[in-house]
Design a protein around this ligand. Structure first.
Ligand code: MTE
Length: 315
């Protein structure tokens, strides 16, 4: 069901200026790191950061300590807010994350639109996952969410559902990267998984990190996290999930087909055409100091999904 969007009305038109100026300052204060002067002319809703704690699942506890929260929330890739690592933390406060709905459609018996409040009510757990970016850096993050297959169960995928496409928000009014003169990617950002990858218990629909709801720059209000694949498969700020018969083409594959394959499994033996994937830099480390692990360390759980496949051809 398509959602009607109401264009933002500048607060200056509906509120006396002194009240409005005061509100901007309050909002900036609530946002924590955002200085009032950096807010645009419109009084944007502040990012929604609320406690979101859930019991930690002890089965997912890598030997590494979680990355410092400040680093994980200020060194980001979210091209809708700019291509620099510091851009998302600086610019993503303009994304309005309430109200929010996710449409789940395609090869399913019961298509539906789910509101963010309902997603937040689903049983959550915390899992500490290794997260490996294609750019050869990695982090260790305590994510809060639930297995994607629980969401899929609500819509009952049919036997024709072989793939899942994830589409993320594309709102030029709220995303300055979409207003840039040269598009970094073909918006909206889309990613895809094979159905068995999507339904695998490791694949997490994620609503929080470090015991709080997701900051906008990390994909608020809801994203996917697929820990054995390069980070770009983990699409942020989801608005649409489609179950498909045919393999979808992702934004990164469209941008550079020979560099970003459909599978994108972390694989130290298959280099990116422009750099090696054999080692990685665990942030905040300065050098590529440790060996990349096959499937990012999750081989025991996921290697069987690719039995008999040529992982170089299907990179
Ligand atoms: N999702 C959207 N919508 N837009 C993006 O640019 N970047 C991807 C992924 N999801 C991206 C996205 C990439 S390249 C990475 S490495 C991860 O988000 C980064 O997630 P993090 O900032 O939470 O570490």
């Amino acid at each position: 069901m398509p959602v009607t969007r109401i264009p933002p009305v500048p607060s200056s038109e509906i509120t006396p200026r002194d009240v409005w100026m005061n509100r901007r300052t309050l909002l900036a204060g609530a946002a924590g790191t955002i200085a009032a002067s950096s807010l645009p002319g419109t009084a944007w809703a502040a990012p929604v950061i609320e406690p979101l704690s859930a019991p930690r699942n002890p089965a997912f506890a890598p030997s590494d300590q979680p990355t410092d929260k400040k680093l994980a929330t200020t060194y980001n890739n979210y091209y809708e807010f700019g291509t620099g690592k510091a851009d998302p933390a600086r610019n993503a406060h303009t994304l309005k994350v309430r109200p929010w709905t996710v449409e789940i459609v395609g090869e399913v018996a019961k298509p539906r639109t789910v509101g963010i409040e309902d997603l937040l009510k689903m049983a959550m757990e915390e899992r500490v996952y290794r997260f490996r970016c294609v750019e050869a850096w990695s982090m260790v993050v305590p994510w809060v969410g639930f297995e994607f297959n629980k969401l899929a169960a609500l819509v009952e995928p049919t036997s024709r559902a072989k793939y899942v496409r994830f589409t993320t928000a594309a709102r030029p009014d709220e995303m300055e990267g979409l207003r840039a003169s040269r598009a970094a990617l073909d918006w909206p950002y889309t990613e895809g998984l094979r159905i068995d990858e999507a339904m695998h218990p490791l694949t997490m629909l994620t609503l929080g990190m470090y015991g709080e709801t997701l900051p906008n720059q990390n994909g608020a209000p809801v994203r996917i996290v697929v820990p054995w694949k390069y980070g770009y498969k983990s699409a942020k700020s989801l608005v649409r999930i489609e179950f498909l018969e045919k393999q979808p083409v992702s934004s990164w594959t469209k941008a550079a087909m020979h560099e970003y394959g459909f599978y994108s499994n972390v694989n130290p033996e298959v280099d990116h055409p422009r750099w090696s994937q054999s080692r990685e830099r665990l942030l905040p480390g300065l050098f590529a100091s440790r060996k990349t692990e096959m499937f990012n360390g999750y081989a025991e759980q996921v290697a069987s999904l690719y039995a008999g496949m040529d992982l170089k051809a299907n990179h």
